[in-house]
Design a protein. Sequence first.
Length: 259
Amino acid sequence: MFLHPYAEIFPAMSDEELKELRTDLAKRGLLDPITTYQGKVLDGRNRQDLCRELGIAMKAVEFKGTDEDALNFVMSKNLHRRQLSSGQKAMIAQEYLKHFEALAKERQKAAGGDKVSPEVKAERPLNQKIDEAVLKPAKPASKPKPAPQAIEQAAKAVGTNKQYVADAKKVKQADPALAEEVKQGKVTLPQAVKQVKASEPPKPPRARKPDAKRFDPERRWQKHTMPLLAQEIGKWPKSFQSILVGYLREWATTIENMN
């Protein structure tokens, strides 16, 4: 039988784990039936492969429940019976998060909106439309309560921290093959993060913004000193103002001749 997508959230067994399971199946037979869902293997893909190899008759039971129930079943069934590193758990968490978000979108799509078609709305009597628009105005939408971050929930579900899950998601997006090696336990998550960062193109240096607070003598003279000086000179007697203006004109003429 084909594998259900949820069955691939967890990595395949290691060689040592497969050896132990093969020995047990050869000695005792298949005691724990394979679980199927929607005609596909939900739990027991390793047992299925080994039963075929050893020629053991397979027993299967169909899981009864919703997609969300099936997803939680896989997590509960596998999480505590497997020896997994923190990096592997983080990869599993981001896979779980992907399926969980997809189910949430399906629920939202199925439950949202006015189910009356545009054709039926158009056929409503005018009086009914007026009543709906005027007598029964739409209530303002209440602000949604802030929900816990999905990454934090996924991290808690598998027993790791949210930073590891965020790192796992980045590795998965940047290099799916490398993410699969982390999931199989061949590469640690910190090593994978380093490889991804090393392969990223260097960021261009940030352009330095002009310092608005830098001292500008000419700007200060025009904006601050000149108005204050003009205000003070305006208080002087007219005769003194005339003498000062004469001196300033001579000074300006001298400067122009020097240039």
